[in-house]
Design a protein around this ligand. Structure first.
Ligand code: XIL
Length: 360
């Protein structure tokens, strides 16, 4: 039984209401404390369940500026080259895991995820394969052995693989390659069946690995993304092991227009509706100069793409192709272009960095 008089009760009620107003309507004084501002890309991305990654190369890990930024800002790395066929499988019965293992060791010591790249690709196939005069059945054995050996070496260390990379032409037809039809692995002319075969081999090699198809120029709705979508839908319908799609996003500032960005968003939506993960795998935004206007425009576009990923729940990876302008493939691959990444050549944060951090 209460010993308080009605007058005291009234005073208590007034005090309570005053507190409610002063405290912003809650009884817990911590409700208005803003969340801590993320200090790194990694902290920001983790809050959204996104891996923020960078392509990396083991030869640069001895550069302390490189190692410090990679190990502190990123939650994922991917070998830029050192898990590709030509490097990792340089002779008929020779595997060289040195570079890949060094990257995995670095990732493990910095609690980073490792994404594997890539098992079936028309590029960087060593001459022992391209000039070996192999028949289709022999190439089938070679490719299955390659996929199995590489994936089993990294089982439990690499969470997922770009099993097949760049298999389509921009018009949506399948690219002629040594694995498809020149002479191929025995499935020439049977469209995406060789991709399906590679995915099935990969699943058998490491059943716990996530399996991805990765390509470029397939980010907006276009003939190429339509073809990849048709393949993905067919695979999901028939239970072929495919967990997601990698969108490379090697772009320039022409990508920054409302129609293209809306098309990217729609494209992501249709793949997400199939139950697939979406990974931004190789983003870089190349420039022709490093004027402050160009860097600002680059920052704006980086932020817009990061925001599209954050707003799409199935977008699980936001990864750039490298992270410092000191080591970027762009000047070599696109003469006259450069300055494509969020850190400059001295590891200083560019406007793009801040824009990504704010968007994530
Ligand atoms: C590039 C590397 O960045 C270069 O260092 C190398 O010389 C060639 O390959 N699409 C891909 C990547 O899937 O593997 C490519 O990487 C860039 C385009």
């Amino acid at each position: 039984m209460s010993t308080k008089t009605p007058g005291l009760r009234c005073a208590a009620l007034i005090a309570f209401l005053a507190c409610m107003l002063a405290c912003g309507g809650g009884s817990n004084t911590t409700v208005n404390t803003p969340p801590p501002t993320p200090q790194t890309l990694r902290q920001a991305a983790t809050a959204h369940g996104i891996n923020v990654g960078a392509a990396a190369d083991s030869q640069y890990l001895s550069d302390s500026g490189y190692a410090t930024v990679l190990g502190s800002e990123y939650s994922q790395l991917q070998a830029e080259n050192e898990m590709k066929f030509g490097i990792i499988h340089p002779g008929v019965s020779t595997y060289d895991f040195t570079g890949g293992d060094a990257l995995v060791a670095f990732a493990q010591s910095h609690t980073m995820a490792v994404r594997g790249h890539t098992l079936v690709w028309h590029n960087e196939v060593p001459t022992w394969v391209t000039s070996g005069g192999y028949t289709a059945p022999q190439l089938s054995t070679i490719l299955q052995d390659h996929i199995t050996t590489v994936m089993q070496h990294y089982a439990g260390k690499v969470y997922g693989w770009d099993v097949v990379n760049e298999a389509f032409n921009d018009d949506g037809t399948l690219r002629d390659t040594i694995w498809y039809d020149q002479p191929g692995i025995g499935l020439a002319g049977l469209k995406t069946l060789y991709i399906e075969q590679a995915l099935n081999w990969a699943h058998a090699a490491d059943p716990s690995a996530k399996l991805y198809y990765n390509d470029y120029n397939a980010e907006p709705l276009d003939a190429k993304s339509d073809a990849i979508y048709a393949m993905a839908k067919d695979f999901k319908t028939r239970g072929v092991p495919l967990d997601g799609i990698g969108f490379q996003l090697h772009i320039d500032l022409t990508f920054d227009n409302p129609a293209t960005l809306a098309s990217l968003t729609s494209n992501f939506q249709r793949f997400a509706a199939l139950g697939l993960e979406l990974h931004i795998t190789e983003l870089d935004i190349r420039l022709q100069d490093s004027s402050s206007a160009s860097l600002a425009a680059q920052a704006k576009l980086y932020g817009e793409i990061a925001a599209i990923c954050v707003q799409q729940p199935s977008c699980k990876v936001f990864q750039t192709w490298g992270f410092t302008d000191k080591y970027s493939w762009i000047p070599g691959a696109f003469p006259g272009w450069g300055w494509a990444l969020p850190f400059d050549a001295n590891y200083q944060k560019k406007p793009a960095y801040t824009s990504i951090l704010n968007a994530l």
